[in-house]
Design a protein around this ligand. Structure first.
Ligand SMILES: C[S@@+](CC[C@H](N)C(=O)[O-])C[C@H]1O[C@@H](n2cnc3c(N)ncnc32)[C@H](O)[C@@H]1O
Length: 410
């Protein structure tokens, strides 16, 4: 029986929760849903904890916080079970599941997100990783210094632009920064490294920071910033960067530290990530789903990391993105979103046992999720409202999101 709640009823749930926010580590399968207060404020859950270890390996707009995932996994899953995230994104579900000894399968249509998730969840020989990170940086500096000699002459005839780069790269990077990034890329792509994906993440993160952007618009810069500008973030005149090496150095250190921190809590639970469309990815048996789907018409997930696609030559499958910002929020887009979500969850349900749980985190502005549940024929057990007090990134501010707790009917 599908139990539809109006927005008003859903809001009411919010105010009947306990005063004290839930401590994620205290949740067990026996914790009543009514006792969950997931409205953590900035004071309850500092940015440092929300972005702990590998969760901050690379910026990614549109992720959910690990503590919310931890609560859902502790309440609805047990170690040794398998959780599936059809919209794995930056891998939050997979990382948290692994921490709790739960096997995890993820799927994402965006090649960069899959690369990032693989790098976050892999098991590393830390000594070897340390040597590789150091070596890649050193070799790229050697290559860069060497390439400066003939490059200067070459640059003059090319209007200061380095060779062998796409128009996008030439437009968005100062020649010196691009030369450094390309040197690092060549070193990792031609070198004999065991952990190339992690090195690619360091490169991508550095490339993101080294773009010709203002400091206050790193998420969606519209055009390259080539002149000094008044910076709202720092209240002074700032200059677009010409140096990528400082970022490569900074993120090399930070990446190693974060991987080391995760290694201390990593378990041997299996992690599997597929670069595929979750409407039709072939799945082994799973016990349930924890996910935060793309919101309708809000973010273009490929575009967000366009610099990584350009630098690393990753395959672009943006046409398969569900709910992409580019498709808008029209009636037609809403209908399409709904039917595509139904396909995704139907595919997951086929691999799940009766009684299995689907936990879907979404800000359902267009009121589509109850219809989706109805089409799927799942039981709506709860809709938990969460007051999101603060988020990192451009969407900082207040809003509500829902956690749909669905069960596969027998
Ligand atoms: C809201 S994000 C997920 C964020 C994730 N929970 C995290 O914490 O990083 C939604 C993801 O869905 C992916 N996506 C969109 N359409 C897809 C499809 N058809 N199949 C698989 N993934 C898709 C996007 O690439 C994006 O990474």
């Amino acid at each position: 029986m599908v139990n539809k709640l109006t927005n008003e009823e859903q809001r009411t749930t919010l105010y009947t929760t306990p005063d004290e926010p839930t401590i994620p580590g205290s949740v067990t399968p026996d914790t009543p849903v009514e006792m969950l207060n997931l409205n953590w404020s900035e004071r309850d859950l500092r940015e440092r904890e929300r972005t702990k270890h590998v969760h901050r390996l690379h910026p990614y707009l549109g992720k959910y916080i690990p503590q919310l995932v931890e609560v859902l996994l502790r309440k609805y899953f047990a170690p040794g079970q398998t959780v599936f995230d059809p919209f794995a994104g930056s891998g939050t579900t997979l990382v948290q599941a692994n921490e709790l000894g739960i096997h995890a399968i993820g799927c994402d249509v965006s090649a960069f997100n899959v690369l990032l998730t693989r790098a976050k969840t892999a098991a590393y020989d830390l000594e070897c990783l340390h040597d590789e990170i150091k070596d890649a940086l050193k070799q790229s500096q050697v290559k860069n210094d060497f390439s400066q000699l003939p490059l200067f002459a070459h640059l003059e005839s090319m209007n200061g632009k380095p060779p062998d780069a796409s128009n996008y790269l030439r437009q968005w990077y100062a020649p010196s920064a691009l030369t450094q990034l390309l040197a690092y890329r060549d070193v990792i792509e031609t070198g004999d490294y065991r952990y190339k994906d992690l090195l690619r993440v360091i490169l991508s993160r550095s490339a993101r920071s080294a773009r010709l952007t203002t400091h206050f618009d790193l998420d969606f810069p519209k055009q390259p910033q080539t002149e000094p500008y008044w910076c709202y973030k720092h209240s002074r005149t700032c200059y677009p960067t010409t140096d990528a090496l400082k970022f490569l150095k900074r993120y090399s250190l930070d990446t190693f530290k974060r991987v080391q921190q995760f290694a201390a809590v990593r378990t041997n639970a299996r992690v599997e990530i597929h670069h595929a469309d979750s409407r039709n990815v072939a799945l082994p048996a799973i016990d349930g789903v924890v996910t935060s789907p793309p919101y309708l018409g809000l973010i273009d997930y490929h575009e967000q990391h366009v610099y990584a696609y350009q630098l690393l030559g990753l395959e672009d499958r943006r046409d398969y993105e569900i709910g992409a910002a580019a498709a808008g929020t029209s009636k037609k887009a809403r209908e399409q979103y709904q039917s595509e979500m139904v396909c995704v969850f139907r595919n997951a349900l086929k691999a799940m046992p009766d009684g299995g749980q689907l936990l879907v985190v979404a800000a359902d502005k267009a009121n589509l999720y109850n219809n989706i549940a109805e089409e799927l024929g799942v039981t709506i057990e709860h809709i938990i409202q969460r007051h999101v007090n603060r988020r990192t990134g451009r969407r900082a501010g207040e809003f509500y999101e829902s956690i749909f707790v669905w069960r596969k009917q027998g």
